[in-house]
Design a binder for this molecule. Structure first.
Ligand SMILES: [Zn+2]
Length: 478
């Protein structure tokens, strides 16, 4: 087992990030540049994310389906904005089965086109609506600059594609999903997010409008954590999908699409990790608790292990994911370090002296605190502690975000703060794409979104000084 050293966050944040991923054995580089091998520890987090999201989707009436990886190239051409947005990063198959294909096939970068081509056959009448489907799959986007989990050529995600009779129904759906993404981020990843509307420049290619949730990472940069698009009738028109209304007219169908990807694992690393490695929020940890028995002499070993077996007996029944580390070849100190860098939220230490007092020692991964706990009813104590950890991870991330959020009305100060520490800059914006572009050129900061739950407020655009009705969030982003 190779010892892996983790660079300090304060020294080099981006090296710290890759070191943490290596130390926790989450992912590896692949032979093809930009691709990624997700190792079992990383995949286990993804599976937990999938389970939570999948349950929320199904509770709101969605079903899973699967559409093919290959899409006829001509499909992409049918929606003008969509092709413009995606053509530069599409991988194309020109040969297969030993010969040149009549029509090249693209490897899906997203599935609107093939799904709406199919919906034409499935949707005839208002009775067929709404149609609420989701698929779990991989997609390929040929990225020039890649980073493990955050931006990879191939990634895993879920993509929802729904069809509705009215604009209002589609809008309600787009917002419902945005709410699910927010609850998922906050309740599972312990990551506070801001819901809002993307600007015209930043919206999805082919959408009427796009909503996003935006989170702050540990270096003050923003990360777009999930997007929900109201597609209007754009794809229905491109693929000629109409339905007969209750009154007997024919109308084009309204659509939404929405996605959340494996980049959330990168978000989890950057939101909660520390100089000792990743910290996995209890609700996404497969191993929530590790028990490290401590002993010197063989006769101690037997007594300690026996006690461990007794007090962990109710754990499985209580729904606690746990491991007992009985590897004799390693010292307790080595084991502590090993489980810390794997991000296990809670460690239970127990030695001969603890047995005398009928207690154990609980060590929290999130803040390093150690405290004694009785062996009686330990499962309940553990469950409570895991909940406390989950809650305090969220609060810590929220406090960090609030501490690095500023209301800025002066452009020189805007630059200065971005260079010094990053963060979310709440500034006024007149609504023009030109100002947005110029700010980006000057400072590398983009408008993350136009927050939905912020007060209207008169002000002047940070760039041009024209009238503005509300503040938006500017930040440098992943
Ligand atoms: Zn302006």
């Amino acid at each position: 087992m190779a010892e892996s050293k983790i660079t300090k966050r304060s020294e080099d944040y981006s090296r710290w990030y890759t070191d943490v991923i290596a130390a926790a054995e989450l992912a590896d580089y692949a032979p093809v540049k930009g691709c990624m091998i997700i190792r079992p520890n990383g995949y286990a987090i993804w599976e937990k994310m999938q389970q939570a999201l999948d349950r929320m989707f199904k509770e709101t009436g969605h079903q899973n389906a699967y559409f093919p990886l290959f899409i006829p190239e001509s499909f992409l051409q049918k929606e003008a904005e969509h092709v413009q947005g995606f053509a530069p990063e599409v991988a194309v198959v020109t040969h297969a089965g030993g010969s040149k294909l009549d029509e090249p096939l693209i490897i899906r970068p997203t599935s609107e086109t093939i799904i709406w081509n199919t919906y034409r056959n499935w949707i005839q009448s208002y009775r067929d609506l709404p149609l609420l489907l989701n698929q779990w799959c991989n997609v390929v986007r040929w990225e020039m600059r890649t980073r493990l989990f955050l931006r990879t050529t191939e990634f895993l995600w879920q993509e929802g594609h729904t069809a509705h009779a009215t604009y209002e129904d589609a809008e309600e759906e787009a917002l419902r999903i945005l709410g699910i993404y927010r609850r998922f981020s906050e309740d599972y990843i312990a990551l506070p997010v801001i819901e809002g509307l993307k600007t015209e420049t930043e919206k999805f290619a082919g959408a009427h409008h796009t909503y996003s949730i935006e989170a702050m990472m540990g270096d003050g940069k923003a990360l777009q954590a999930g997007t929900s698009h109201h597609l209007g009738q754009n794809f229905a028109k491109a693929f000629d999908v109409t339905f007969q209304t209750e009154k007997g007219n024919r109308e084009y169908v309204y659509a939404t699409s929405w996605g959340l990807t494996t980049r959330m694992i990168g978000a989890l690393v950057m939101a909660h990790g520390d100089d000792n490695g990743i910290v996995i929020p209890p609700r996404l940890a497969t191993t929530q608790v590790v028990v490290v028995p401590i002993f010197r002499k063989p006769e101690e070993r037997e007594r300690v292990i026996q006690a461990v077996e007794n007090f962990t007996a109710p754990f499985s029944g209580a729904g606690i994911g746990f491991k007992i580390d009985v590897r004799d070849q390693y010292s307790p100190g080595w084991k502590f370090n090993d489980w810390e860098k794997r991000g296990v939220p809670l460690r239970i230490e127990v030695g001969p002296k603890d047995l005398e007092k009928n207690q154990v020692v609980l060590a929290r991964r999130d803040n390093g605190q150690k405290s004694p706990a009785s062996q009686e009813d330990l499962a309940q104590t553990v469950l409570n502690t895991l909940e406390t950890i989950q809650k305090s991870l969220f609060e810590r991330a929220r406090d960090f975000r609030d501490k690095h959020s500023y209301r800025i009305d002066d452009y020189s100060k805007f630059n200065e703060i971005l260079d010094r520490e990053g963060g979310f800059l709440w500034s006024h914006w007149c609504g023009s794409g030109e100002c947005e572009e110029r700010v980006k050129d000057d400072t590398k900061a983009t408008i993350r979104n136009i927050p939905m739950h912020s007060e209207a407020e008169e002000g002047k655009c940070i760039k041009c000084g024209s009238r503005s009705e509300r503040r938006v969030i500017f930040a440098r982003a992943y």
